[in-house]
Write a protein that binds this ligand. Structure first.
Ligand SMILES: O=C(O)CCC(=O)C(=O)O
Ligand SMILES: [Fe+2]
Length: 399
Protein backbone atom coordinates (compact mmCIF):
# COMPACT_ATOMS: atom_id res chain seq x y z
CA UNK A 1 0.00 0.00 0.00
CA UNK A 2 2.80 2.34 0.92
CA UNK A 3 4.45 1.94 -2.50
CA UNK A 4 1.21 2.87 -4.23
CA UNK A 5 0.85 5.97 -2.08
CA UNK A 6 4.39 7.04 -2.86
CA UNK A 7 3.69 6.56 -6.52
CA UNK A 8 0.67 8.83 -6.22
CA UNK A 9 2.90 11.50 -4.76
CA UNK A 10 5.01 11.16 -7.86
CA UNK A 11 1.88 12.14 -9.77
CA UNK A 12 2.03 15.58 -8.22
CA UNK A 13 2.63 17.69 -11.27
CA UNK A 14 3.59 21.34 -11.05
CA UNK A 15 4.91 21.79 -14.58
CA UNK A 16 4.02 24.95 -16.51
CA UNK A 17 0.80 24.65 -18.49
CA UNK A 18 -1.01 26.57 -21.16
CA UNK A 19 -4.52 27.53 -20.14
CA UNK A 20 -5.69 26.97 -23.71
CA UNK A 21 -4.74 23.28 -23.43
CA UNK A 22 -6.95 22.49 -20.43
CA UNK A 23 -10.12 20.44 -20.50
CA UNK A 24 -12.56 23.35 -20.13
CA UNK A 25 -16.32 23.25 -19.83
CA UNK A 26 -18.44 25.51 -22.06
CA UNK A 27 -20.77 28.35 -21.17
CA UNK A 28 -23.72 26.10 -21.96
CA UNK A 29 -22.62 23.87 -19.05
CA UNK A 30 -23.45 26.58 -16.47
CA UNK A 31 -26.02 25.13 -14.04
CA UNK A 32 -29.55 26.54 -13.94
CA UNK A 33 -29.76 29.54 -11.64
CA UNK A 34 -26.02 30.33 -11.96
CA UNK A 35 -25.96 32.84 -14.84
CA UNK A 36 -22.91 33.90 -16.88
CA UNK A 37 -22.84 37.69 -16.63
CA UNK A 38 -20.96 39.69 -19.24
CA UNK A 39 -19.02 42.49 -17.59
CA UNK A 40 -18.38 44.07 -21.00
CA UNK A 41 -22.14 44.62 -21.29
CA UNK A 42 -22.35 46.06 -17.78
CA UNK A 43 -19.54 48.49 -18.65
CA UNK A 44 -21.40 49.56 -21.81
CA UNK A 45 -23.82 52.36 -22.57
CA UNK A 46 -26.19 52.99 -19.68
CA UNK A 47 -29.80 52.39 -20.51
CA UNK A 48 -29.43 49.80 -23.28
CA UNK A 49 -31.90 46.92 -23.08
CA UNK A 50 -29.07 44.39 -23.07
CA UNK A 51 -27.47 46.14 -20.13
CA UNK A 52 -30.72 46.19 -18.19
CA UNK A 53 -31.05 42.45 -18.81
CA UNK A 54 -27.54 41.88 -17.41
CA UNK A 55 -28.39 43.99 -14.33
CA UNK A 56 -31.59 41.98 -13.82
CA UNK A 57 -29.63 38.71 -14.10
CA UNK A 58 -27.11 40.05 -11.59
CA UNK A 59 -29.83 41.04 -9.15
CA UNK A 60 -31.44 37.62 -9.50
CA UNK A 61 -28.13 35.83 -8.93
CA UNK A 62 -27.07 37.71 -5.83
CA UNK A 63 -30.47 37.48 -4.14
CA UNK A 64 -31.31 33.91 -5.14
CA UNK A 65 -28.35 31.57 -5.72
CA UNK A 66 -25.55 33.82 -4.41
CA UNK A 67 -23.36 32.40 -7.19
CA UNK A 68 -22.71 33.52 -10.76
CA UNK A 69 -20.05 33.47 -13.46
CA UNK A 70 -18.57 36.60 -14.94
CA UNK A 71 -16.94 36.81 -18.37
CA UNK A 72 -14.98 39.64 -20.00
CA UNK A 73 -13.78 40.47 -16.52
CA UNK A 74 -10.72 42.37 -17.70
CA UNK A 75 -7.95 39.88 -16.86
CA UNK A 76 -6.49 37.98 -19.80
CA UNK A 77 -5.81 34.26 -20.00
CA UNK A 78 -2.11 35.17 -20.36
CA UNK A 79 -2.15 37.02 -17.02
CA UNK A 80 -3.78 34.00 -15.38
CA UNK A 81 -1.21 31.72 -16.98
CA UNK A 82 1.68 33.85 -15.66
CA UNK A 83 0.57 33.78 -11.99
CA UNK A 84 -0.42 30.11 -12.27
CA UNK A 85 2.88 28.94 -13.71
CA UNK A 86 4.96 31.06 -11.30
CA UNK A 87 3.05 29.65 -8.33
CA UNK A 88 3.05 26.07 -9.63
CA UNK A 89 6.80 26.31 -10.05
CA UNK A 90 7.14 27.47 -6.42
CA UNK A 91 4.93 24.58 -5.23
CA UNK A 92 7.25 22.20 -7.09
CA UNK A 93 10.24 23.23 -4.92
CA UNK A 94 11.39 21.03 -2.03
CA UNK A 95 9.23 21.33 1.10
CA UNK A 96 12.16 22.68 3.11
CA UNK A 97 12.63 25.58 0.70
CA UNK A 98 8.91 26.39 0.67
CA UNK A 99 8.65 26.33 4.46
CA UNK A 100 10.99 29.34 4.64
CA UNK A 101 8.06 31.36 3.22
CA UNK A 102 5.47 29.96 5.62
CA UNK A 103 3.81 32.65 7.79
CA UNK A 104 0.68 30.67 8.54
CA UNK A 105 -0.08 32.47 11.79
CA UNK A 106 -0.35 35.67 9.79
CA UNK A 107 -2.14 33.94 6.90
CA UNK A 108 0.60 34.97 4.52
CA UNK A 109 2.94 33.13 2.21
CA UNK A 110 3.08 29.35 1.88
CA UNK A 111 0.78 26.89 3.64
CA UNK A 112 1.52 23.20 3.10
CA UNK A 113 -0.71 20.38 1.87
CA UNK A 114 -3.21 19.26 4.53
CA UNK A 115 -2.27 22.05 6.92
CA UNK A 116 -5.30 24.33 7.15
CA UNK A 117 -8.67 22.88 8.05
CA UNK A 118 -11.78 24.68 6.85
CA UNK A 119 -13.71 21.89 8.58
CA UNK A 120 -12.21 22.91 11.91
CA UNK A 121 -13.11 26.58 11.48
CA UNK A 122 -16.70 25.97 10.39
CA UNK A 123 -17.42 22.71 12.18
CA UNK A 124 -19.04 21.34 9.00
CA UNK A 125 -16.91 18.32 8.19
CA UNK A 126 -13.72 16.47 8.91
CA UNK A 127 -10.20 16.56 7.66
CA UNK A 128 -7.68 19.06 6.44
CA UNK A 129 -7.83 20.97 3.17
CA UNK A 130 -6.37 18.73 0.45
CA UNK A 131 -4.38 21.50 -1.19
CA UNK A 132 -1.34 23.68 -0.71
CA UNK A 133 -1.80 27.44 -0.59
CA UNK A 134 -0.04 30.75 -1.11
CA UNK A 135 -1.54 33.96 0.28
CA UNK A 136 -1.01 37.72 0.05
CA UNK A 137 -2.90 40.62 1.58
CA UNK A 138 -2.96 44.30 0.62
CA UNK A 139 0.40 45.96 0.12
CA UNK A 140 0.19 48.82 2.63
CA UNK A 141 2.72 51.27 4.00
CA UNK A 142 3.00 51.48 7.82
CA UNK A 143 1.04 54.79 7.63
CA UNK A 144 -1.73 53.13 5.65
CA UNK A 145 -1.93 50.34 8.23
CA UNK A 146 -2.17 52.92 11.04
CA UNK A 147 -5.03 54.66 9.23
CA UNK A 148 -6.97 51.42 9.10
CA UNK A 149 -6.64 50.03 12.61
CA UNK A 150 -8.99 50.86 15.45
CA UNK A 151 -7.15 49.37 18.45
CA UNK A 152 -4.15 47.40 19.67
CA UNK A 153 -6.27 44.31 19.17
CA UNK A 154 -6.41 45.00 15.44
CA UNK A 155 -2.64 44.80 15.23
CA UNK A 156 -2.68 41.47 17.04
CA UNK A 157 -5.42 40.20 14.71
CA UNK A 158 -2.88 39.96 11.87
CA UNK A 159 -5.28 41.41 9.32
CA UNK A 160 -2.48 43.67 8.13
CA UNK A 161 0.50 41.39 8.42
CA UNK A 162 3.20 42.07 5.84
CA UNK A 163 3.39 39.99 2.69
CA UNK A 164 6.17 37.57 1.98
CA UNK A 165 7.33 36.45 -1.45
CA UNK A 166 10.08 34.06 -2.53
CA UNK A 167 11.58 36.59 -4.95
CA UNK A 168 11.04 39.94 -6.67
CA UNK A 169 9.58 38.47 -9.86
CA UNK A 170 7.02 36.40 -7.89
CA UNK A 171 6.08 39.55 -5.99
CA UNK A 172 5.67 41.56 -9.21
CA UNK A 173 3.42 38.88 -10.71
CA UNK A 174 1.27 38.55 -7.57
CA UNK A 175 0.92 42.29 -6.98
CA UNK A 176 -0.10 42.70 -10.62
CA UNK A 177 -2.82 40.05 -10.43
CA UNK A 178 -3.99 41.45 -7.08
CA UNK A 179 -4.47 44.91 -8.59
CA UNK A 180 -6.32 43.49 -11.59
CA UNK A 181 -8.73 41.31 -9.61
CA UNK A 182 -9.24 44.03 -7.02
CA UNK A 183 -10.33 46.33 -9.86
CA UNK A 184 -12.75 43.70 -11.17
CA UNK A 185 -14.24 43.31 -7.69
CA UNK A 186 -14.89 47.07 -7.55
CA UNK A 187 -16.61 46.99 -10.93
CA UNK A 188 -18.85 44.18 -9.70
CA UNK A 189 -19.72 45.93 -6.43
CA UNK A 190 -20.68 49.06 -8.33
CA UNK A 191 -22.83 47.04 -10.72
CA UNK A 192 -24.48 45.35 -7.73
CA UNK A 193 -25.34 48.75 -6.22
CA UNK A 194 -27.01 49.66 -9.49
CA UNK A 195 -28.73 46.28 -9.89
CA UNK A 196 -30.23 46.63 -6.40
CA UNK A 197 -31.31 50.22 -7.01
CA UNK A 198 -29.64 51.29 -3.79
CA UNK A 199 -30.34 54.68 -2.28
CA UNK A 200 -27.53 57.23 -2.21
CA UNK A 201 -27.01 56.50 1.51
CA UNK A 202 -26.72 52.74 0.98
CA UNK A 203 -24.40 53.23 -1.97
CA UNK A 204 -22.19 55.35 0.22
CA UNK A 205 -21.87 52.42 2.66
CA UNK A 206 -20.67 50.29 -0.23
CA UNK A 207 -18.27 52.86 -1.58
CA UNK A 208 -16.89 54.29 1.65
CA UNK A 209 -16.65 51.10 3.57
CA UNK A 210 -16.23 48.37 1.07
CA UNK A 211 -14.97 49.80 -2.14
CA UNK A 212 -12.49 52.61 -1.90
CA UNK A 213 -10.34 51.46 0.98
CA UNK A 214 -10.96 47.74 0.75
CA UNK A 215 -8.47 45.15 1.94
CA UNK A 216 -8.71 41.92 0.01
CA UNK A 217 -6.73 38.71 0.31
CA UNK A 218 -5.43 36.81 -2.71
CA UNK A 219 -4.81 33.07 -2.43
CA UNK A 220 -3.64 30.36 -4.84
CA UNK A 221 -4.61 26.75 -4.08
CA UNK A 222 -3.19 23.68 -5.78
CA UNK A 223 -5.19 20.51 -5.16
CA UNK A 224 -3.15 17.51 -6.35
CA UNK A 225 -4.79 14.28 -7.52
CA UNK A 226 -6.65 12.77 -4.57
CA UNK A 227 -4.92 9.51 -3.52
CA UNK A 228 -6.92 6.38 -4.42
CA UNK A 229 -7.40 5.34 -0.80
CA UNK A 230 -8.71 8.78 0.16
CA UNK A 231 -11.44 8.88 -2.51
CA UNK A 232 -15.02 9.73 -1.62
CA UNK A 233 -16.44 6.27 -2.35
CA UNK A 234 -14.06 4.35 -0.08
CA UNK A 235 -16.25 3.29 2.86
CA UNK A 236 -15.51 5.31 5.99
CA UNK A 237 -13.92 8.24 4.15
CA UNK A 238 -15.09 11.83 4.27
CA UNK A 239 -16.02 13.49 1.01
CA UNK A 240 -14.36 16.87 1.47
CA UNK A 241 -11.32 18.33 -0.20
CA UNK A 242 -12.35 21.55 1.54
CA UNK A 243 -15.31 21.33 3.94
CA UNK A 244 -18.60 23.19 3.45
CA UNK A 245 -18.44 26.85 4.46
CA UNK A 246 -19.59 30.33 3.54
CA UNK A 247 -17.07 33.06 2.85
CA UNK A 248 -16.66 35.67 5.57
CA UNK A 249 -15.82 38.50 3.18
CA UNK A 250 -17.91 40.81 0.98
CA UNK A 251 -17.45 39.22 -2.43
CA UNK A 252 -15.24 36.39 -3.72
CA UNK A 253 -13.81 36.15 -7.24
CA UNK A 254 -12.53 32.68 -8.02
CA UNK A 255 -10.69 31.32 -11.03
CA UNK A 256 -10.60 27.53 -11.20
CA UNK A 257 -9.05 25.21 -13.74
CA UNK A 258 -10.90 22.09 -14.86
CA UNK A 259 -9.52 18.70 -13.79
CA UNK A 260 -7.89 16.78 -16.62
CA UNK A 261 -10.40 13.93 -16.17
CA UNK A 262 -13.46 16.22 -16.12
CA UNK A 263 -14.31 15.67 -12.44
CA UNK A 264 -16.06 18.74 -10.97
CA UNK A 265 -15.02 19.37 -7.37
CA UNK A 266 -16.60 22.71 -6.49
CA UNK A 267 -20.23 22.56 -5.35
CA UNK A 268 -22.63 25.31 -4.19
CA UNK A 269 -25.60 24.68 -1.94
CA UNK A 270 -28.61 25.95 -3.82
CA UNK A 271 -31.78 25.25 -1.86
CA UNK A 272 -31.28 21.84 -0.27
CA UNK A 273 -28.92 20.48 -2.94
CA UNK A 274 -25.24 20.81 -3.68
CA UNK A 275 -24.90 21.80 -7.35
CA UNK A 276 -21.69 21.16 -9.32
CA UNK A 277 -19.96 24.33 -10.53
CA UNK A 278 -17.85 23.45 -13.60
CA UNK A 279 -14.78 25.42 -14.73
CA UNK A 280 -15.91 27.40 -17.78
CA UNK A 281 -13.18 28.87 -19.96
CA UNK A 282 -12.89 32.65 -19.80
CA UNK A 283 -14.90 33.08 -16.61
CA UNK A 284 -14.48 33.80 -12.94
CA UNK A 285 -16.92 32.38 -10.42
CA UNK A 286 -18.33 35.00 -8.11
CA UNK A 287 -20.00 34.36 -4.79
CA UNK A 288 -21.07 36.71 -2.02
CA UNK A 289 -19.84 36.65 1.54
CA UNK A 290 -21.15 36.93 5.06
CA UNK A 291 -20.40 40.66 5.44
CA UNK A 292 -22.72 41.68 2.61
CA UNK A 293 -25.38 39.20 3.71
CA UNK A 294 -25.37 40.82 7.14
CA UNK A 295 -25.40 44.39 5.82
CA UNK A 296 -28.34 43.67 3.52
CA UNK A 297 -30.43 41.91 6.17
CA UNK A 298 -30.17 38.48 4.50
CA UNK A 299 -31.26 39.77 1.09
CA UNK A 300 -27.94 38.87 -0.54
CA UNK A 301 -27.03 35.24 -0.11
CA UNK A 302 -23.71 34.09 1.40
CA UNK A 303 -24.05 30.67 -0.20
CA UNK A 304 -22.49 27.61 1.40
CA UNK A 305 -20.04 25.79 -0.88
CA UNK A 306 -17.54 22.95 -0.64
CA UNK A 307 -14.89 21.15 -2.63
CA UNK A 308 -15.40 17.38 -2.90
CA UNK A 309 -13.15 14.38 -3.53
CA UNK A 310 -13.63 12.26 -6.66
CA UNK A 311 -14.70 8.61 -6.67
CA UNK A 312 -11.85 6.09 -7.05
CA UNK A 313 -12.30 5.69 -10.81
CA UNK A 314 -11.61 9.43 -11.22
CA UNK A 315 -8.71 9.90 -8.82
CA UNK A 316 -6.07 10.17 -11.54
CA UNK A 317 -6.31 13.54 -13.28
CA UNK A 318 -8.41 15.11 -10.53
CA UNK A 319 -5.89 17.89 -9.75
CA UNK A 320 -7.09 21.50 -9.96
CA UNK A 321 -5.76 25.02 -9.44
CA UNK A 322 -7.70 27.87 -7.88
CA UNK A 323 -6.89 31.60 -7.69
CA UNK A 324 -9.26 33.23 -5.26
CA UNK A 325 -9.67 36.86 -4.22
CA UNK A 326 -11.60 37.66 -1.05
CA UNK A 327 -12.73 41.29 -1.02
CA UNK A 328 -12.97 42.59 2.56
CA UNK A 329 -13.47 46.01 4.17
CA UNK A 330 -10.67 47.72 6.09
CA UNK A 331 -10.92 47.18 9.86
CA UNK A 332 -11.94 50.81 10.47
CA UNK A 333 -14.80 50.69 7.92
CA UNK A 334 -17.96 52.22 9.39
CA UNK A 335 -20.57 49.64 8.54
CA UNK A 336 -24.23 50.60 8.43
CA UNK A 337 -27.21 48.64 7.19
CA UNK A 338 -27.75 48.62 3.45
CA UNK A 339 -31.44 49.02 2.74
CA UNK A 340 -32.90 47.59 -0.40
CA UNK A 341 -36.32 49.05 -1.16
CA UNK A 342 -38.29 45.87 -1.36
CA UNK A 343 -37.50 42.40 -0.23
CA UNK A 344 -35.86 42.89 3.16
CA UNK A 345 -36.37 39.51 4.73
CA UNK A 346 -34.75 39.83 8.11
CA UNK A 347 -33.09 42.26 10.45
CA UNK A 348 -32.12 39.96 13.25
CA UNK A 349 -28.50 39.16 12.53
CA UNK A 350 -25.40 39.59 14.68
CA UNK A 351 -24.72 42.75 12.70
CA UNK A 352 -28.13 44.22 13.57
CA UNK A 353 -27.54 43.45 17.21
CA UNK A 354 -24.19 45.28 17.12
CA UNK A 355 -25.72 48.15 15.18
CA UNK A 356 -28.47 48.60 17.76
CA UNK A 357 -25.90 48.52 20.55
CA UNK A 358 -23.93 51.22 18.72
CA UNK A 359 -26.87 53.58 19.25
CA UNK A 360 -26.02 57.18 18.49
CA UNK A 361 -22.59 56.32 17.17
CA UNK A 362 -24.47 55.16 14.07
CA UNK A 363 -22.02 52.53 12.79
CA UNK A 364 -20.21 49.29 13.60
CA UNK A 365 -16.56 49.03 12.66
CA UNK A 366 -15.56 46.05 10.59
CA UNK A 367 -13.05 45.22 13.35
CA UNK A 368 -15.96 44.77 15.76
CA UNK A 369 -18.06 42.70 13.40
CA UNK A 370 -15.05 40.59 12.46
CA UNK A 371 -14.18 39.73 16.05
CA UNK A 372 -17.83 38.85 16.70
CA UNK A 373 -17.82 36.51 13.69
CA UNK A 374 -14.58 34.90 14.84
CA UNK A 375 -16.02 34.35 18.30
CA UNK A 376 -18.57 32.04 16.67
CA UNK A 377 -15.81 30.13 14.86
CA UNK A 378 -13.82 29.62 18.03
CA UNK A 379 -16.70 27.55 19.36
CA UNK A 380 -16.32 25.18 16.40
CA UNK A 381 -12.58 25.08 16.82
CA UNK A 382 -12.95 23.67 20.28
CA UNK A 383 -13.83 20.34 18.68
CA UNK A 384 -10.90 18.00 19.30
CA UNK A 385 -8.22 18.34 16.66
CA UNK A 386 -7.93 14.56 16.63
CA UNK A 387 -11.14 14.40 14.65
CA UNK A 388 -9.44 16.29 11.87
CA UNK A 389 -6.48 13.94 11.78
CA UNK A 390 -8.58 10.78 11.70
CA UNK A 391 -7.82 10.16 8.00
CA UNK A 392 -4.13 11.12 8.10
CA UNK A 393 -3.12 7.53 7.27
CA UNK A 394 -4.69 7.93 3.84
CA UNK A 395 -2.05 10.42 2.81
CA UNK A 396 1.66 9.72 2.60
CA UNK A 397 4.31 11.88 4.22
CA UNK A 398 5.51 14.90 2.31
CA UNK A 399 9.20 14.59 1.62
O1 LIG B 1 -11.22 25.51 -4.08
C1 LIG B 1 -12.29 26.06 -4.35
O2 LIG B 1 -12.81 25.97 -5.46
C2 LIG B 1 -13.04 26.83 -3.30
C3 LIG B 1 -12.19 27.60 -2.34
C4 LIG B 1 -13.03 28.30 -1.32
O3 LIG B 1 -14.22 28.18 -1.30
C5 LIG B 1 -12.43 29.18 -0.31
O4 LIG B 1 -11.20 29.18 -0.15
O5 LIG B 1 -13.17 29.90 0.37
FE1 LIG C 1 -15.12 29.68 -0.06
Amino acid sequence: MQTELTKEYENWDFSARQQSQLNWYAETDAPTGIPVIDLAILRGAAGSAQRQQALDALRGAITESGFFYVKNFGISEDEIEVISNATRSFFGQPEEYKQAFNRYKQIRGYTGYRFESTARLFGTGQGKDLCMKYTMGPELSPEEVLERITSEEDIASNAYSPNIFPDAEFRRIWVHYYQRVHHTSLELLEAMGEALNLSAESRSVLSEALIEKSCGELRFFQYPDVPLHACADVPGNGIDRMAAHFDIDVITLLHQTPSENGFISLEAKIGEDFVKIPAIRGTLIVNLGEVIRLLTGNLIKATVHRVVRPPQRQHLGSARDVIVFFQAPPLNARLRPIWVEEGVVGRDTIFDELYQQAGELGYVTFAKLRSRMFAEFIQHMEVADARHEADAHLFSEIK
